[in-house]
Design a binder for this molecule. Structure first.
Ligand code: 5GP
Ligand code: MN
Length: 339
């Protein structure tokens, strides 16, 4: 038996909102990852099975490794078809906000989301959600938004009706946000959930391969370049820093998703507990931070790069040059790491 995590009144409010709405839209964050798409599709397939007209809208491109998920091609991508995406959000009566804690994470959709008159239900596992939703289901102690979707469907009383498609997408979100159950995945309850998903017929082994081991040749070469040429190891701070320019990414014919997970690689070096990967992206520098143990990535991201996230996985941005951004980090390291 799973213990009750989501408060009862929020389950009732969600159920009521679903029953009342004719047009439901699910939105998730920019640069959508496996949990963003997995949780959105998990909820989409559930609502669909209940004959609720539902659409998913994402701000920008869905990476290739997620393209095998059922009904992914139905998703409205704002950067590819802004008219359709904006119309769907504008006409929604109920807006599910999945896997983000502040509307600005939805990029070009942020204003529409904020101004929408639809009832809003936030379902997320990032800390400190903004107060913009009518129902706020925020649980940073859980591994993924997908886990929350599973719990929500069960608590609403629909576990027995959960389809294989829904279970498959939820499983994809859990696997991607835990690196294939490698981190953020010590909770015994998570394995109860995984057991239930497998019971629905999910082929976890195949899904794992589709998510983690079907990369392009160019991604593998870029990874080799990242590790052999670009990664700088600073053992005195148990840190690795990697910076890549837009020109370098272009040289490897970079496609969205190609660098997914790269920031984790240096953490496999014995003694390295903090990894930062910065790269040029659309006239600014996008920064990913990962740590093991007590190193607070979110605090460092907030203090240095106007960002945030989870303790062990955060991100931020810089408007300075690549080298300057790197120096800001390197010069700040003594503050965070006592010798
Ligand atoms: P990633 O490095 O995969 O882009 O992001 C890791 C996590 O950091 C995300 O799940 C999100 O919580 C957070 N994050 C990434 N970029 C930003 C940002 O620019 N601002 C804030 N507040 N959080 C971010
Ligand atoms: Mn997530």
């Amino acid at each position: 038996m799973l213990s009750k995590v989501i408060p009862e009144e929020k389950i009732i409010a969600t159920l009521k909102a679903i029953n009342k709405a004719d047009k439901i839209v699910i939105v998730t964050h920019k640069s959508p990852d496996g949990d963003a798409i997995g949780s959105s599709l998990g909820l989409y397939h559930f609502l669909y099975s209940q004959e609720k007209a539902t659409d998913i809208v994402v701000p920008d491109t869905i990476p290739d490794y997620l393209k095998g998920l059922p009904s992914v091609s139905e998703i409205a991508v704002h950067s590819e078809d802004p008219e359709r995406a904006e119309k769907l959000v504008a006409e929604a009566q109920l807006l599910f906000c999945l896997d983000f804690n502040t509307p600005s994470r939805t990029g070009a959709l942020a204003q529409l989301v904020t101004q929408s008159g639809a009832r809003k239900i936030l379902i997320d596992h990032h800390t400190d959600p903004d107060n913009f939703a009518d129902v706020c289901i925020s649980h940073p102690e859980l591994c993924s938004t997908s886990e929350l979707i599973f719990r929500l469907i069960c608590r609403m009383g629909y576990f027995s009706e959960m389809t294989l498609e829904s279970a498959h997408c939820i499983c994809a979100g859990i696997l991607t946000d835990t690196g294939g159950l490698a981190y953020n995945s010590n909770s015994p309850k998570l394995y109860t959930i995984m057991g239930e998903l497998l019971g629905k017929g999910v082929d976890k082994d195949l899904l794992y391969r589709q998510l983690f081991n079907t990369y392009s040749e160019q991604r593998m070469r870029l990874m080799g370049y990242f590790l052999s040429q670009k990664m700088e190891v600073l053992p005195e701070y148990q840190t690795a820093v990697t910076a890549m320019s837009a020109e370098e990414l272009r040289r490897f014919n970079y496609q969205p998703g190609d660098i997914e997970g790269f920031v984790n690689l240096p953490l496999s070096i014995s003694g390295i507990r903090f990894s930062v990967f910065m790269r040029e992206h659309n006239d600014s520098i996008k920064i990913s931070l990962r740590s093991v143990g007590d190193i607070p990535c979110n605090r460092i991201a907030a203090e240095l790069f106007n960002g945030g996230g989870h303790k062990n996985a955060s991100g931020g941005e810089s408007q300075l040059g690549l080298e300057e951004t790197k120096q800001i980090l390197i010069q700040a390291l003594p503050r965070y790491f006592k010798h």
